[in-house]
Design a protein around this ligand. Sequence first.
Ligand SMILES: Cc1cc2nc3c(=O)[nH]c(=O)nc-3n(C[C@H](O)[C@H](O)[C@H](O)COP(=O)(O)OP(=O)(O)OC[C@H]3O[C@@H](n4cnc5c(N)ncnc54)[C@H](O)[C@@H]3O)c2cc1C
Length: 445
Amino acid sequence: MKIAILGGGISGTALARLCAADGHRVVVLEQAERPGGLCKSRRHGEFTFDEAGGHILFSKDRRVLDWQLARCGGEAGTVRTVRNTKIRWHDRWVPYPFENGVGHLTPEAIVECVAGYVEAYVGRRMGAPCPANFGDWIPWRMGEGFARHFMVPYNEKIWKCDLRTMASDWVAGRVPEAPIEDILRSAVGIDTEGYAHQSVFWFPRHGGFETLVRGTVDGGGFTLQCGVEVSRVERRGESFAVDGEAFDLVVNTVPLPRIEPAFADMPEAVRADVRALRPISLVNLMIGVRLDEPLPDLSWVYLPFADQGPTNRVTYFSNYSPHNAPPGHGSFLAEVTHRGELRPDAAWVADVIRALERAGILRREQVVLAEWCDNEFAYIDQNLEFGARIARVRRWFDDSGYLTFGRFGRYEYHNSDQCIARAMQVHEHIRTLAATGRRQSLRLP
Ligand SMILES: Cc1cc2nc3c(=O)[nH]c(=O)nc-3n(C[C@H](O)[C@H](O)[C@H](O)COP(=O)(O)OP(=O)(O)OC[C@H]3O[C@@H](n4cnc5c(N)ncnc54)[C@H](O)[C@@H]3O)c2cc1C
C-alpha cells in the first residue's frame, strides 16, 4: 500500500518504520524543519537539552523497551540510571512517590497523612462512591492529610485550575495508589519503593532524547518530508488524497486541533468537539550551571508549593548522560505549565531561577545559560467534558477509514513507549487490512 502518515513525532516515525518493513510505500509529512515533536532535543553551545522537559526511556512492556533501546544504540548507546526522585517538601527532601516517603515528614504531618489515609480507606470500604471530579477524588482516595500536604498544591500548580473542574477517570495508573501496608511501613520509618516499573531508566548517551526519533528514522525505509503544511485530506472512493496526491491509507498523529481544518469531510459537530480540545502548554526552562562539585545524585524533583516559584518539576538533566553538559558543568530542566497565557521574558527567567535558589536547587551565580522552549501541546486538559468529547471524535475517525493515534492525535495520556505500543497495534491493524483488503473500524484496547 501507499500510506501517508501525518506528523513525524515518535508515533508517526515508529509506525512508518514498522509499515516500511512490510514493504509498504510510506511517506511521513512533518510540518517542522525536523522530526521529533515532543521528543526533540537541541544544543546550546556544548549543552544538549530536551525541549519538552525531562524525558526518560522506560517501559512496562519489555518488547517496547527493547525496541526503544535498539533505536538508541542498545546498552552501549544509552546510560542506565537508578531513579532517585524527591519532593522538595518545605525544608526537607522527601522520597517520591509521596505516600512512600511519608515517614520523612514532620511528626504532625505524618499523623495527619496516616489518619486521613485510614479514614479514607474505611470510607471506601463502607461504600463511599468514587467521585467523578479530581478535586474530590484526592481526599476520597488519599485522605485529607495527603491532599493538603502534597496532592492538592502540586496538582493545582500543574493543571492551573480548580481541581473539581477536572475528571477523575484518567487518574488510574497515573497517580500512585499505594497499598495501606506501604503507607504504614513508611510512616514508621521503613522505606518502601513506589512506581517500581520506573525504578531504573535509560537515556541516550549522545544527542538527548531526540536520538530515539533519529534512530527510528535512520534506515527506516520510508520517505520523510519536513517543512510540509498539510492543508487538505479527503476520501476519494476507497482511497484518499493528501494535498491532491493519492494514497491507499492516511494515518494522523498530528495534534487534532492543528489538523482539523485539513480534513475536508469531517462533520461540523466533530469539528466543534476537536476545537474544544484545548491543551495544557509547557515552558521548559533549560539551565546550564558551572559546578564546583558534582550535582547531587538526583533524577528529578517535584516542587509542590507556590513559594518555590512556578516550576512544578526540575530534572537534573546532566545526571542522565555525562554528554548533556560540558566538563565542569551541569544542567537542569525546569517545567512550568500554562494555559496559553505565559509569555516568558528575561525578568520571568530571573524570577524562576531565584525561586529555584530558594528551594535549594541551585545558586544564581552558578548559572551560565538559561533558554526556554514553549510547547503548546504538552498535557491533556482532563476537564469534565473531555471524556465524552474525545469519545465522539475517536469514533468518527475510527469509522471513517482514516486512522488517528498519538499523544494528541488520539488524546491519550501516553508516554513515548505507549505511543510505540500504539504504533505496533495500528501496524497490526494495517497488516490485516493489507491481507484482507477489507476496511474495518480501528479498535484500540
Ligand atoms: C513534560 C513531558 C515529559 C514527558 N516525559 C516523558 C518521558 O519521560 N518518557 C517518555 O517516553 N515520554 C515522555 N513524555 C511523552 C512524550 O513526549 C510523548 O508521548 C511523545 O513525544 C508523543 O509523540 P507523538 O508523535 O504522539 O506526538 P508529537 O511529538 O506531538 O508529534 C506530532 C508531530 O506533528 C507535527 N505537526 C504539527 N502540526 C502539523 C501539521 N499541520 N502537519 C504535519 N505535521 C504537524 C509536529 O511538529 C510533531 O512533530 C513527556 C511529555 C511531556 C510533555
